[in-house]
Design a protein around this ligand. Structure first.
Ligand code: FAD
Length: 289
């Protein structure tokens, strides 16, 4: 099933689409944990997305497609395969798309991927420079629903602290059917972007990306992603930094309050970054589905 059809159905029911993100673990045991968690969910998410080659690991040999296929085939939950162009030239992308189609995965989150340090993407003639070029090629196949990334506080490489609407428009015009946001902790930043995009004539659903803060070691990555930390969240981290269990509870509570508020304001969707933690998936699904 294409995810746009899920959006259409949920829209008719006046509900938001609630989805989860997992990443391919390095070990077989880690992968098994994902399957066990998915099998054990009392309430199923609308779809699950599987990341690809994130944080510098190369994509093809990872297990993105295997996991996306199995969750769909064996557990009956729709899936989305993330795909980055940074490690693949157009010929490789053509092959990968054929593999994804052959496994009956119908949804792709099309991304450029992060540039390796000291690399200037415009100097690499064989690869796609930006996500909209990848989207154009995926669209040509006519086989997939395509999602694209959007940044409530601007992309880390961009000098602006708001999303550049021209770049969103290019992805939309190239064929993006819906958007998923980078993680954020201040709902007003997401809602400002949401309104801005919709008022710019871009008629595509936008999902809010939510990642619970569960441990202090996550904070470096949050900064890498360009997410600002509101004072309220900094106070929580400071208060519980020496008590991992309490921090986890307070971090989940903060994320749930964010989601409650977003749902009350009628966002199109909420995409939850589970970090492969079974309790995050279980808690969120029990609460929101
Ligand atoms: P683009 O849209 O190409 O944007 C990249 C930069 O170029 C931005 O600064 C943008 O403003 C600028 N830009 C865009 N178009 C133009 C143009 N025409 N001219 C000049 N500048 C332009 N990474 C992974 O490796 N694997 C994953 O699975 C993964 N999943 C993600 C999921 C979500 C929901 C999000 C938000 C991000 C994810 N990422 C993942 C990270 C993503 O790959 C990085 O943020 C990457 O640096 C940018 O990808 P993009 O698709 O947004 O790129």
């Amino acid at each position: 099933m294409k995810i746009t059809d899920i959006y259409r159905e949920k829209n008719l029911q006046k509900k938001s689409v609630i989805s989860l993100e997992v990443f391919p673990p390095k070990t077989d045991a880690g992968i098994e944990t994902i399957y066990q968690t998915v099998a054990g969910l009392t309430h199923k998410p609308d779809y699950i997305s599987v990341t690809y080659g994130a944080m510098g690991s190369l994509g093809r040999e990872n297990k993105t497609l295997e996991i996306a296929e199995k969750i769909k085939k064996e557990y009956g939950i729709e899936t989305m395969h993330h795909l980055t162009s940074i490690n693949n030239n157009p010929e490789q992308i053509t092959e990968i798309l054929a593999e994804i189609k052959a496994k009956n995965v119908q949804n792709i989150l099309a991304l450029r991927g992060d540039l390796p340090k000291n690399t200037d993407v415009t100097g690499c003639p064989d690869i796609y420079h930006y996500a909209h070029e990848l989207i154009t090629d995926i669209k040509k196949t006519g086989d997939f629903d395509i999602a694209a990334a959007i940044y409530p506080e601007g992309h880390v490489d961009s000098p602006l602290d708001v999303e550049n609407i021209e770049h969103v428009k290019r992805k939309y015009d190239a064929g993006a059917n819906f958007f998923i946001s980078q993680l954020f902790f201040d709902n007003d930043k997401f809602l400002r972007l949401n309104d801005y995009v919709k008022n710019s004539g871009i008629e595509a659903p936008i999902a809010a990306g939510i990642m619970p803060v569960l441990q202090t070691s996550q904070l470096d990555r949050m900064l890498f992603f360009g997410a600002s930390l509101p004072t309220r969240l900094i106070k929580i981290v400071n208060k519980y930094k020496d008590s991992p269990e309490d921090l986890q509870k307070a971090g989940m509570d903060y994320a749930c309050k964010q989601i409650d508020d977003l749902l009350a304001r009628g966002v199109d969707g909420v995409h939850i970054y589970t970090m492969n933690k079974p309790f995050v998936a279980n808690t969120m699904m029990d609460r929101y589905l």
